[in-house]
Design a protein around this ligand. Sequence first.
Ligand code: S3P
Length: 445
Amino acid sequence: MTEVAAKSLSAHVSGPLRGRLKPPGDKSISHRALILGLLSIGETEIEGLLEGDDVLHTAAACGALGAEVKRLGEGRWRVRGCGIGSLLAPRDPLDFGNSGTGMRLMMGVVGGHAMTAWFDGDASLRKRPMRRILDPLILMGAEVLSEAEGGRCPIQLKGASEPVPIVYRPPVASAQIKSAVLLAGLNSPGRTTVIETEATRDHTEKMLKHFGASISVEPFEAHGRIITLEGRPELRPAPLIVPADPSSAAFPLVAATIAPGSDIVIEAVMMNPLRTGLLTTLLEMGADIEILDRRDEGGEEVADLRVRAAALRGVDVPAARAPSMIDEYPILAVAAAFASGESRLRGLHELRVKESDRLAAVADGLREAGVQTQIIGDDLIVEGCGGEVAGGGEVKTHLDHRIAMSFLCLGLASRRPMVIDDSRMIATSFPTFRAEMERLGARFA
Ligand code: S3P
């Protein structure tokens, strides 16, 4: 990756946010749309693809594996795939930039094909654990030819020539692990099963079905699922519409809640119940969110969210809710800073291995902003300031887009401006964040 200098940005107390916006396409679905396009024979047309850096890296990787990937217009893409079992071995290392999802899903694809590929990424991605993906792939017959210390990238992976179907129970609740195993299982002659004790986002399962795979999903214990995929399906290209990303909608949602007098509408946000934990939590805190016009868009339910500023109460978020809002804790912590009373966000160990150590980054950032915050075990405890957050510090973002956007949102409603050390990574998931938020009335400089 070519290194470009960090770009700091500050957020200043703004008037009320007003207007409408549609967040960009869902990041999880966008990666999967391209990958399933690669794995089917024929042309997949995608509408509403997120054109963020993370997804563009996955598009390039699909091209390196033999697909023809073409941008037809804004958010409109076409992938001409090669089909399961007929991919090309990439000549150069696959660079996933900042994207753990792109890398991990593609490791599943390569792990199930008789080919060797190098996987690499930026300084943040080089710190993230990949053993959780490599372990099941090794059980299926893949080999790790080279890796950096602790199962980090750069990694050279040799896929299985005859992938063995397995029954796998991921050690942590992770849609990325589940998806990597299922994607590898596509090229194995039999049934691949993933047992999850906590259900995680189900986009891979739903989209595989949409492309004609035979896949069943059964309940397992109190909160889990058993997913069984028949190997070697012939995936048929199917048109895809990518709904707006609830994880990106989270930023204007919280910004409008904490900036006094705000009243905005966030359009067509995906309401998949495995992604709506933040909405549930904000409603428990007393947020003023109306869910309007629920409808179907491309196989997912979407709705418009009308959000008005509201006084929030502290909240106790159970650990079991984490999979349905795993990427939303940084911005939820900002909401908790503006609430009255204490909030306790439980069971956040997985936040330690995201684009940054988000548990530490959030606690440090809130302290910079004058908010009392503690980490006890895996829980984050935030002493709410009842709408009066001091602000005024500089936050280290550690190459993490969600830390960057969360603290910019905080600065829109704190007494003094908030500065973030680097705004470049916002382009990985929400390239239009600044422009869209400014259109609603946010002040950045
Ligand atoms: C994702 C799954 C989550 C999430 C990530 C996207 C996906 O990671 O944090 O941003 O698209 O499958 P884990 O599955 O590792 O929790």
